[in-house]
Design a protein around this ligand. Structure first.
Ligand code: GLN
Length: 381
C-alpha cells in the first residue's frame, strides 16, 4: 500500500456533491445544490453553436478573450461607476470557485490568517488550510446573520492577511448594507489586509435593494479580488465560466497561478457569452426574475411548519424547524431525502466548528412546478 500524507485530512467530499448524489439515488426533488432546473435562453445556445462553427476551437488568450474582458469592464463601469483595465485587471476563470481558489493561492502563505464569515461557502476554509493559512472564523447566527464589526476587529492580528466577504451570501441570503461597508473601510484603513469578495450572486438582490460591490469603494477596491460567475447570470452553472477583477498588481499575481492551473478557459463559450451579453437586459432583469421565484417559494413554505429566515439575495431560502423536530439539521436533511424525498443542505455544513444552529437551505432557482411538488411533500411534516 502506498502511503500518502493527506493535505486535507479533515476534509471529505463537498456537501453539494454528497447531497446531489443522494437526491438522485432516492429520486428526491433536488433543492440542495444551487443550480436551475430550467434551461438557459435558446439564443445563448445558438451563439455557442455559431462560435463552434465559426472555428473558435483553439486556446483563448491566457487571461480570456479580449472582447469578453472589455464587455465585463464596461458592465462593471455602468453598474458600479468604476473602471477596470480589461488588459490587466480582468481575468476569465473556470467559474467562481476557481477564481476564489486562485486568488487565495496567489496570496496566502504559511501562517497567514484569513478571516471568514460563517456559515461560509465550503471551499474557503479547506483552500486556506491547504495553503498553510489559518482560518479565523466569525460566526454569524440565525435569524438575521448580522455582523458585529467590533467582534470582527477582535479577530484581527498582525498576521491577518485577508478577509473573505460574500454578499449576497451563500447560504444565508444575507447582504451587506452601507453600515457594514463603512465598518469594513474603517477596519482595513492603514493596513495591507487584502479582501477576497465573492460576488457571484451580485445580480440576485431583492426588494429594490442594491448590491454593494467592493468595486464601488476606492479604499476597498485597491485591496480586493472580486470573484464573479456567469453560471448564475446565464442560468448555466454547468458551463463553469466566471471571472475575477483586481487591481493590476494583484491581478499580476493571480495570473501567475491561473496560467499553470487552467491556463485559459474554453473559447467558444467566451465568444458566445460576449455576443449574448451585448444585451444588458439579460442581467438587469435577473432581480425581478428571481424575486418572483423567492416570493412564490416563500408563500408556499408558509403553509408548512418550517419557519422562514429572511432572504435578501442569492437563490437560497433558509428555514428553521422547531415546530417539526429537534433533530440536527444534518439528520433532518438526511431524513428529508430518504423519507420525504426533498433534498436540502444542512447549514451546519458551512461552519468549521460544531454548531447547534439548526437551519436548512433550499435552492429556489427551480420551475414553479418543481417548487410546488417539493412543498407538497414538505407539508406532510
Ligand atoms: N454554489 C452552489 C451552491 O452553493 C454549488 C457550487 C458547487 O457545487 N460547487 O449550491
Amino acid at each position: 500500500m502506498i502511503s500518502n500524507r493527506s493535505k486535507l485530512p479533515g476534509t471529505g467530499t463537498t456537501i453539494f456533491s454528497v447531497m446531489s448524489k443522494l437526491a438522485e439515488e432516492h429520486k428526491a426533488i433536488n433543492l440542495s445544490q444551487g443550480f436551475p432546473d430550467y434551461d438557459c435562453d435558446p439564443k445563448l445556445i445558438d451563439f455557442v453553436a455559431q462560435a463552434l462553427k465559426d472555428g473558435y476551437n483553439q486556446y483563448a488568450p491566457m487571461a480570456g478573450m479580449p472582447a469578453l474582458r472589455e464587455l465585463i469592464a464596461d458592465k462593471v463601469t455602468s453598474l458600479y461607476q468604476t473602471d477596470y483595465n480589461p488588459d490587466t485587471e480582468v481575468t476569465i476563470t473556470a467559474g467562481g470557485t476557481q477564481a476564489i481558489f486562485t486568488a487565495l493561492t496567489a496570496t496566502i502563505q504559511a501562517g497567514d490568517e484569513v478571516i471568514i464569515f460563517e456559515p461560509a461557502y465550503d471551499s474557503y476554509a479547506p483552500t486556506i488550510k491547504m495553503l498553510g493559512g489559518l482560518v479565523k472564523s466569525y460566526e454569524m447566527s440565525p435569524p438575521n446573520y448580522e455582523i458585529d464589526w467590533d467582534m470582527v476587529k477582535k479577530l484581527f492580528s498582525s498576521s491577518t492577511k485577508m478577509i473573505i466577504l460574500n454578499s449576497p451570501q451563500n447560504p444565508t441570503g444575507h447582504i451587506l448594507a452601507e453600515k457594514d461597508i463603512e465598518a469594513l473601510i474603517k477596519l482595513v484603513k492603514g493596513t495591507d489586509v487584502l479582501i477576497l469578495s465573492d460576488e457571484v450572486y451580485e445580480h440576485l438582490v431583492y426588494d429594490g435593494k442594491k448590491h454593494l460591490s467592493m468595486a464601488s469603494y476606492p479604499e476597498l477596491k485597491e485591496r480586493s479580488f472580486i470573484a464573479a460567475s456567469f453560471g448564475k447570470l446565464l442560468h448555466a452553472t454547468g458551463w463553469k465560466v466566471g471571472y475575477c477583477l483586481a487591481p493590476a498588481g494583484l491581478m499580476q499575481e493571480f495570473r501567475k497561478i491561473h496560467q499553470f492551473n487552467v491556463f485559459s478557459v474554453n473559447t467558444p463559450m467566451q465568444v458566445a457569452i460576449t455576443n449574448y451579453l451585448k444585451d444588458s437586459s439579460v442581467y438587469l432583469g435577473l432581480p425581478d426574475f428571481f424575486q418572483q421565484k423567492r416570493d412564490f417559494f416563500r408563500n408556499l413554505l408558509r403553509e408548512t411548519k418550517f419557519d422562514l429566515l429572511p432572504c435578501n439575495g442569492s437563490y437560497f431560502q433558509c428555514v428553521t424547524y422547531d415546530r417539526i423536530s429537534e433533530e440536527s439539521d444534518t439528520d433532518l436533511a438526511m431524513r428529508l431525502i430518504t423519507e420525504t424525498r426533498v433534498a436540502s443542505i444542512p447549514v451546519s455544513a458551512f461552519y468549521t466548528r460544531n454548531t447547534d444552529h439548526r437551519v436548512l437551505r433550499f435552492c429556489f432557482a427551480k420551475k414553479q412546478e418543481t417548487l410546488e411538488i417539493a412543498v407538497q411533500r414538505l407539508m406532510k411534516l
